[in-house]
Structure formats: structure tokens, C-alpha cells
Ligand binder design. Sequence first.
Ligand SMILES: Nc1ncnc2c1ncn2[C@@H]1O[C@H](COP(=O)(O)OP(=O)(O)OP(=O)(O)O)[C@@H](O)[C@H]1O
Ligand SMILES: [Mg+2]
Length: 351
Amino acid sequence: MPYLTVNNLHKSFGETQVLSDISFSVEKGEFVTLLGPSGCGKTTILRIVSGLISPDSGSVLIGGEDVTNKPAEKRNIGMVFQNYALFPTMNVFQNIAYGLNVRKLPKAEIDERAQAALKLVKLDGLGARKVTKLSGGQQQRVALARALVIEPKLLLLDEPLSALDRKVRAEMQGELRQVQQKVGITTLFVTHDQEEALTLSDRIILMKGGKVEQEADPYTLYTRPNSAFASDFLGKANLLRGTLRNAGGEWTIVGDGWAFPVNYAGGKAGDAVCLAVRGEHFIIAAEPFAGAEKFVIKRRVFSGTVCRLFGSLGGDEVEAAVISLDMEKYEVGAAAYVKPVKEMMLYFKEE
Ligand SMILES: Nc1ncnc2c1ncn2[C@@H]1O[C@H](COP(=O)(O)OP(=O)(O)OP(=O)(O)O)[C@@H](O)[C@H]1O
Ligand SMILES: [Mg+2]
């Protein structure tokens, strides 16, 4: 049985419907991410699950119990927000022990549990430090320890790493996942960063405009998105408009100055479709080859491991990626030749 279940949530603020018919569940110990663009309703879902606001309709079940009408403080949930929200006048230890003090536990127990939480987030020895004298990453560890020390049954994390710089953020992602697995706590995480979602999650719930767009494990969501939106949001695919054609049983998508054979995945000849191809899924060469189309390179962007090539394919602008080792073969202004890997190509009926 899932540990958290959310059934048919609807929520409007005034005239604006923010959530429509949201349902999903999280298994015990699972790390599930709500992913979607800004304003799609992620924080609103967390606020409903935590009990800070009520849905207009629908229900929330935790551990099999319907808590829809239960006040937030009785739900035993740990929360971490984007902006740390630590108490600036307290030191690290006092911040972490706060929830235990509120619960009026014996002092010896508070000490023991707060020390254990400090250790868990690798801040042992820093208990007496003012939180204002910590780095962003350290502050976020305090926030995590403070949420975990009360031994919640459910952990809700709302973009907890987004204020950190790239390197610290990557480190914290790894640590967050380690701590989560060590404690075995059921976790609902929110981010609008697709890479973070792919890295951390057991399962991703992709949202768009207050609805669930697709729900899957990271690999499936990345390789088998079921809409143009999903393929674009997860890893920025090239979306090319074309027409589905059939010649003697072979299916092809014909676009503005290009044509590529595809594995049939629904639709009929003449349908307007959207072809989704990721930059790294183009086979690319400096010389023409069978089935390839001409690609005129307009811009090269070196970004470490890969080099991204921007240019035109017929009348469309596309992005292809090569490993940086190969970038010298592809000069700006020159023509290259590209063909998508057939198995990796997806197409969707034009919406
Ligand atoms: N209290 C409120 N009153 C009115 N509108 C609200 C309120 N809270 C949120 N909204 C609106 O609801 C929509 C969803 O907001 P929400 O904060 O859930 O988005 P989000 O997915 O968390 O976005 P972000 O990634 O920017 O944090 C937004 O259009 C927002 O403006
Ligand atoms: Mg939000």
C-alpha cells in the first residue's frame, strides 16, 4: 500500500484554477519528484499535503489515514523550503533542536537526537555556530536536519537546493539522496530543474498547467516521453513539424526541406506531426551519408563534455550535439550531415 496518496485534488484561487484532478501516490521509502515549469502548481500540492491549505475537493491519505481535514501540526511531516527559513538569532544546535523543544521532550533526549541529526548531515562540531555564519550549503543541511530530527513519517522538500551554486548544488543532491536512503524516509520533492529531477528521483511526476502530464521513472520519462511537452521539458528536444507519409509500408516524416524514415508509432498518412529529436541523438558527419540531410552550422557552443551545434536543417533551426573531442570537425558556416537514430526518434500528433 502506498504511504502517501493524493486523490483528485482540485484547487482554485479566486477565478483561477490552479490544480485540476491531481492524483498520485508515493510508496513507503520512495523518492518522488514533482517536476514542472514555474506556476504549474507544485508548491500548491505540497501545501495541501502538509495541511497549510485545504483543497476545494479531493483527499490526502497518509499511512492509510485520511488527513484531508487534519491540522498541519498533527500530520507529523518534515518540510524544507527553498529559502532555508532558519531562525537567524539561534545557533545551529538550537535551530535543529527547535522542534523537539516545542514538543517538550526531556533535555537528554533532545541533546542526543539533535547531535545525531547534526552528524547525519555532516555538521558535527558546528552546533555552536551562528546560522548566519554558514555557507548556503551548510544552511540547507541545517534545514534538512531540523526537518528530520522530529522523525517525520513524510518529508516534503520544495526546491531546497535552488539557491545554491552549481557545484555545491550537485554535492548536496548526492548527500540529500544518501541521507534520504539512510533514514528510509518517504519523500516528495519539488523542482523545476529537469536534471535535478532525473538525478535524484525514483519516480517523476511531470506537471503542466495544474495537471499531471506523465508519471514514470527518470529513464522512461527521458527516453519515452508521451508528449511533445514532455520531450521538450526533459532535456530539450528539437521539435520539428512535418507530415507523416507512407510509401509501400515504409513510414517517413517529411518536413520543410528534410525527410527521415521513422518506426511507425500511430497515425495515418497525411497527419501533421511533431517530430522530437534530442541533440545527442543525431548521427552527424562532415560528409554526406545514406539517409542524412544537410545541416548548416551557424553557431557552436562549447560546454565542457559536449559541444552543441546550432544550425539549419532545411527551413528549421535545430541543435545537434557532438562530444567536444570532435568539435574541430564542425566549423561555423560549414555544412554537416545529420540523421536521427531511428530508435530514439519520437513523433506526436500535432496538438
Ligand atoms: N495564495 C494564492 N493566491 C492566488 N494565487 C496563487 C496563490 N498561491 C499560488 N497562486 C497561483 O497558483 C499558481 C501555482 O502556484 P504554485 O506556487 O503552486 O506554482 P509552482 O509550480 O510552485 O511554481 P514555482 O516553480 O514558480 O515555484 C500560480 O499561477 C500562482 O500565481
Ligand atoms: Mg513553487
